[in-house]
Design a binder for this molecule. Structure first.
Ligand code: DAH
Length: 357
């Protein structure tokens, strides 16, 4: 009995997998198994012998059965452990950026412009897209009868019937943020204000909603020379070239005196636009020295402070830099277009790391 027990417990301990266990079970307890045959011998024994051998054999059979079950369970556990080790995954690894979603060129260019002016000490300011006619026009020295109001194709908001105050407008430019920022933080200041603006206009180069960046620098000793230097530095950094020719053209805006529009030298050879060479000029922004009446409207003393301002079309310079021929495509939400012109969302533009890489 002891020899049988040792033999089968040993075989069970050595079994490496479920098939080996089954072999041991058959060899011991199958129809022709060694222990089954021994049980059959009970019939030929004397009653006294059977009384001793019967319970002993049954106990042995139970012992082997439970050893088999225990080994089976241990093997299943080991198999599960092995599988868990195999399928192990480090959830602390950084995620892979997914190329499916991209940054819209307008967002990309806004980030680029912001990075460049931040480097020159300009903070970012914001204002509401629905504004009063005072902020959008009067405070900027554009009185009610001024032709600029008609030229801007303004969208007006409704007033309740019987409310005779002037209607609010969808801002036609980012210039009202000049007034709001001077009211809020006074002088000196240096800010840019990127954002959406609205005009009733629609063709290949005009959409009813588009984007501008306003710039404003107020201090005690600011001149056109500072304006020119800042804009030249900006244009070189933005187009990622060492040299650009800019043309400052005398112009007129109600909120600046003197005023200048800025053109950039470019060529259209072979239908593609190249910045910094050629014989063509392309207008990219309006600018000037802030009109004393504008400072006054924002409670900044024009006897002590002066400054420059500029307004730049974001969509315009995005089309120029990235070779996008039709402005309307910006707002079509065409996935193929977005995939083609979009930017990797995690590549934040910086001056040291590269703006558009
Ligand atoms: N607000 C003008 C426009 O939308 C652009 C502009 C011109 C802004 C001259 C300025 C400026 O700050 O000084 O057409």
């Amino acid at each position: 009995m002891d020899a049988l027990r040792n033999k089968y417990l040993g075989l069970i301990a050595d079994a490496a997998d479920e098939a080996a266990i089954e072999d041991v079970r058959i060899a011991a307890l199958g129809k022709k198994g060694e222990i089954s045959l021994k049980m059959r011998e009970l019939g030929g024994m004397s009653p006294e012998e059977r009384q001793v051998a019967g319970p002993a054999l049954n106990a042995l059979k139970d012992e082997i059965n439970s050893a088999l079950a225990a080994k089976k369970a241990a093997l299943a556990d080991a198999a599960l452990d092995a599988r868990l080790r195999e399928e192990w995954l480090d959830v602390t690894l950084p995620g892979r950026p997914r190329p499916a979603g991209t940054l819209h060129p307008i967002s990309q260019v806004t980030e680029e412009v912001t990075a460049i002016f931040a480097d020159m000490g300009f903070a970012v300011a914001e204002g509401p897209q629905i504004d009063s006619d005072w902020y959008n026009f009067d405070a900027l020295n554009i009185p009610g009868h001024h032709p600029a109001r008609a030229e801007m194709d303004t969208f007006y908001m409704h007033r309740a019937p019987g409310d005779n105050r002037p209607p609010h407008v969808l801002r036609t430019h980012t210039s009202p943020v000049q007034i709001r920022t001077m009211e809020r933080i006074g002088a000196p200041l240096r800010v840019i204000a990127p954002g959406r603006v609205y005009r009733a206009d629609y063709d290949q180069t005009h959409t009813p909603m588009f984007h501008q960046v306003e710039g404003l620098a107020i201090d005690t000793d600011i001149s056109m020379a500072n304006l020119k230097w800042c804009l030249e530095e900006f244009v070189k950094a933005y187009f990622e070239v060492d040299h650009v020719d800019l043309r400052f053209r005398a112009s007129h805006f109600p909120f600046t005196e003197p005023s200048a529009e800025v053109d950039i030298r470019c060529s259209w050879e072979g239908g593609t636009l190249k910045v910094g060479q050629g014989d063509d000029w392309l207008e990219i922004l309006g600018s000037g020295m802030v009109h004393p009446k504008v400072l006054q409207a924002a409670n900044v003393d024009p006897a002590k402070w002066q400054g420059f301002a500029f307004g730049l079309g974001i969509d315009r310079i995005a089309m120029l830099k990235y070779g996008i021929p039709d402005l309307r495509a910006f707002f079509d939400s065409d996935l193929r277009w977005l995939r083609h012109y979009g930017f990797a969302a995690l590549d934040v533009p910086t001056l040291h790391g590269g703006l558009s890489r």
